[in-house]
Design a protein. Structure first.
Length: 560
């Protein structure tokens, strides 16, 4: 039996184990082979000088990694993020120093357990929270419009993770566990206020006891924060709660102000987990909303934090923020940042008001210095990723919506995609394998064998949501081989197409971006030629496209 046959069998076995139909890779007319994919990040902010060898770079997870939650087990830290309707769901990163991370798995990876069909890309997985208690890892989360609140468990954070345990007793979003020192367990979450809302965005933080033995909520539910820090000022969207017990105090950390320019983080404390909770006189303890919009290298919409204590007793916060290239426009989504937590008069502070979130900051005392160990991924700074497709793509590759079939296979230096009849504007799984755009300025390129017959298109897609994307592709028609560029910003337009004088065996495609300016190139064997330069890629920004996600890009094939 050949090595290729063995690998094909392994792909078949793997697909069968997770309940996916096998790929029909024998259909040569609709199967397209990609030979490599290269991504190069080149952001100038990463060229800012270090002040000393102990500095690290923000963000610590570049690109679409919002709503971070972190926990420490021994000397290892584990971090999770929202993935909305991308798949697999809830990435789990591990670190030994809070700065350098490696993706070790996903809490949601069995497609038979969830279904995102019919959902917009910004529904699904909202704000997971990760915890460890007595040898068991817990990830608790809300699947918006896809089942509600649930949690999963594992003995190993890399998996396997259990089937979801649904929590039908609670509504709202952003649930988080709290394991108290007295043996009691609670769930805190965002929910509607008692009675009618007093204004748009009026929410509350609720708490209820949880029985670990039966996996059930027990006892009364109670609002522990109504509205936010000062309800008289009509604060909006109190959410993302995390409860901690520190030196005799119960601290409640929450996001407030919405997820955009007004985003912030606030803190409360009480002598009892049930309250009453008093607000810190220093609130908000993290925000960028009061800084001048025209400042250099701005970081915006900072908030949605989680605290973790290191073994040396220092406290740190992970939080989300974004790096706009103009105003509040950013295509990279909300990213994961890190800062130390300082304490004053018994209250924690992440960043004093009026101070900008730094791109370069001094790291933890235990931070690795110099060359990063191979056990970590390069997730910050300017980096290059080359995927040669000698085996299964790494776990950082994601899809849009939950797959119903296994439509790709990677082996022997080729990614073979069997094109599905699903367009990028559909609310179901297209044959699109993607990675996160981690830089404002980047190049992404691929080499592929053009489709063998009319009826199939293939190339690179750059996708923000179902209504905002680009597709740089190639297809055959009665006239020969064509390269083309499609753009969707509310409606699909074919911007440019070019009939090639001859049909090469392989074709190279490249997308280059500098902020909003997106340029598209092809190489049919005579060097790179421009198909379209400096198109307005701000259609991929959150400000234009809406929603909560960031741009993803990669190989895409489609049956026409």
């Amino acid at each position: 039996m050949s090595g290729g046959t063995v690998k094909s069998l392994l792909v078949a076995v793997g697909a069968a184990l997770i309940g996916l139909p096998l790929p029909n890779l024998a259909n040569a007319e609709t199967t397209v082979a990609f030979e490599r994919f290269e991504y190069v990040g080149r952001d100038p902010t990463y060229d800012l000088p270090d002040r000393n060898p102990r500095d690290f770079r923000n963000p610590i997870l570049g690109g679409y990694y919002p709503d971070p939650s972190v926990t420490r087990v021994g000397s290892t830290y584990y971090l999770v993020n929202s993935t909305f309707a991308h798949w697999p769901g809830i990435p789990i990163h591990a670190s030994l120093d809070l700065v350098h991370w490696k993706l070790i798995g996903h809490a949601l990876s069995d497609p038979s357990r969830v279904n995102f069909d019919g959902l917009g890309i910004s529904r699904g997985v909202f704000a997971p929270s990760i915890h460890h208690h007595k040898g068991i890892y817990y990830v608790i989360n809300t699947l918006v419009d896809a089942g509600g609140n649930f949690f999963v468990t594992a003995r190993n954070p890399a998996g396997p993770w259990s089937a979801p345990v649904w929590l039908k007793e609670i509504d709202g979003i952003d649930p988080s566990f709290f394991f108290d020192d007295n043996g009691k367990t609670y769930i805190v979450n965002n929910g509607p206020p008692e009675g009618d809302p007093l204004y748009d965005g009026h929410r509350a933080i609720w708490m209820q006891e949880f029985d670990l033995a039966t996996s059930k909520l027990v006892g009364p539910r109670k609002v522990i924060v109504n509205g936010g820090v000062d309800i008289a000022k009509k604060p909006i969207w109190i959410e993302g709660p995390h409860l901690y017990r520190i030196k005799g105090w119960y601290f409640l950390l929450c996001a407030e102000g919405g997820t955009a320019a007004g985003h912030s983080e606030v803190i409360f404390r009480s002598r009892s987990p049930w309250g009453p909770f008093e607000a810190s006189p220093n609130n908000p303890i993290l925000t960028q909303r009061d800084l001048p919009q025209d400042r250099a290298n701005p970081v915006t919409n900072a908030g949605h934090a989680d605290f973790v204590e290191m073994k040396d007793g220092s406290w740190w916060a992970v939080f989300l923020a974004s790096r706009p290239y103009s105003g509040f426009r950013y295509n990279t989504g909300r990213e994961t940042f890190l800062l130390p937590v300082t304490w004053k008069d018994g209250w924690p502070m992440i960043l004093e008001q009026g101070k900008p979130v730094p791109y370069v900051a001094q790291g933890p005392a235990t931070m690795s210095i110099g060359k990063v160990s191979p056990v970590h991924d390069k997730l910050s700074g300017n980096f290059t990723r080359v995927e040669e497709f000698d085996g299964a793509p790494g776990p950082e590759w994601i899809q849009v919506h939950v797959p119903k079939s296994k439509w790709y296979e990677a082996r022997d230096g080729k990614l073979r995609i069997t094109a599905l009849p699903v367009a990028l504007d559909a609310m179901s799984n297209p044959s699109f394998l993607a990675r996160r755009q981690a830089h404002t300025n980047f190049d992404a390129s691929t080499e592929l064998t053009p489709p063998a017959a009319p009826g199939t298109s293939a190339g690179i897609a750059v996708f923000q949501n179902e209504d905002h994307w680009y597709f740089l592709g190639t297809r055959r028609d009665s006239g020969g081989l064509q390269v083309f560029l499609e753009r969707r910003a509310g409606k699909t337009q074919q911007l440019f197409d070019r009939l090639l004088a001859s049909a090469p065996e392989t074709l190279r495609l490249r997308i280059s971006a500098e902020g909003a300016r997106h340029s598209f190139y092809y190489d049919a064997g005579q060097g790179w030629k421009a198909l379209r330069e400096n198109d307005d890629g701000s259609i991929l920004s959150t400000e234009v496209a809406g929603g909560f996600v960031g741009t993803v890009l990669g190989p895409f094939a489609r049956q026409e």
